[in-house]
Write a protein that binds this ligand. Structure first.
Ligand SMILES: [Zn+2]
Length: 120
């Protein structure tokens, strides 16, 4: 099995990439929420994710969605499998010429918005 989970350096939960997976527990908690590890497998590839215990009943749906991602990856090797949603591209470019701006407050979506994306 090839672990395709992206390395996550800033998540409050243990990273599940191939380099960190052996050290990761099967359950973890963050912000007072208990999470369980789930794994999707397809075509000799696997993808791991943390799911809140409160969403336990949605695990089969999530795993199916992850397996579809793996399947798409297999069909289109150029596609990214990173489960991090892309930062919104809909905002128009800044053409006001106001000079350098501070970076967005949240350059990377938070854990919960990523989970919502996974379950959408
Ligand atoms: Zn890692």
């Amino acid at each position: 099995m090839i672990n395709l989970t992206a390395h996550e350096g800033i998540s409050p939960l243990p990273c599940l990439c191939k380099g960190c997976f052996e050290r990761a527990p099967t359950e973890a908690s963050a912000d007072g929420v208990e999470f369980r590890r789930v794994t999707a497998r397809a075509d000799e590839r696997e993808l791991h994710a943390w799911v809140p215990l409160s969403l336990e009943e949605k695990v089969p749906m999530l795993v199916k969605s992850m397996e579809q991602r793996l399947g798409r990856r297999f069909a289109a090797p150029w596609a990214t499998l990173d489960t991090t949603p892309l930062v919104a591209r809909s905002s128009p470019p800044d053409t006001s010429g106001a000079g350098p701006r501070p970076p967005p407050a949240e350059a990377k979506p938070g854990l919960w918005s990523r989970l919502r994306k996974l379950f959408s």
